[in-house]
Design a protein around this ligand. Structure first.
Ligand code: FES
Ligand code: FES
Length: 165
């Protein structure tokens, strides 16, 4: 089947099998390997991307279901060589160790801050509860999201990732 999708601001058209999962399309066809594959059963959240600005686990979505949609992966957050405040804060606050969960954590945190620019610790933990980390104990991830929230409210409104074209 032919599908057309806006990935990180660029429209692309590809032929895919109807059974191709969005995560495999992004990694194997679009070459965006920042989206990780963990459990493939909707538990870990490592495969989280934004689909029309909603965080989804891309191991549970067929690529054909994203036909015509706007998809943002971790590769789509930085602008002009500058890390997104969430990426910067995860770096500064040691919100990652092995990094396997990190792209998914950052994208689900992006959704959280779009919906609630000033979340409490509890709200952050609740917002990230569908994403698992086996390394950090979560405290540094929560601090990173809090730090990103302050940076974003100080310098810019939460930036929706705009589709091009
Ligand atoms: S790989 Fe998709 S939820 Fe774990
Ligand atoms: S940093 Fe290793 S799984 Fe989260």
């Amino acid at each position: 089947m032919k599908i057309r999708m806006n990935v990180n601001g660029n429209w692309r058209e590809d032929d895919v099998e109807p059974r191709t999962l969005l995560v495999h399309y992004l990694r194997d066809v679009a070459g965006l390997t920042g989206t990780h594959v963990g459990c493939e059963t909707s538990i870990c959240g490592a495969c989280t991307v934004l689909l029309n600005q909603e965080a989804v686990k891309s191991c549970t979505v067929f690529a054909v279901q994203a036909n015509g949609a706007q998809v943002t992966t971790i590769e789509g957050l930085a602008r002009e060589g500058k890390l997104h405040p969430l990426q910067q804060s995860f770096w500064e606050e040691h919100g990652l160790q092995c990094g396997f969960c990190t792209p998914g954590m950052i994208l689900v945190a992006h959704q959280l801050l779009c919906r609630n620019p000033h979340p409490t610790q509890e709200e952050i933990r609740k917002g990230l509860e569908g994403n698992l980390c086996r390394c950090t104990g979560y405290q540094h991830i929560v601090k990173a999201v809090q730090s990103a929230a302050s940076k974003m409210s100080a310098t810019e409104p939460v930036r929706a990732v705009a589709a091009a074209g």
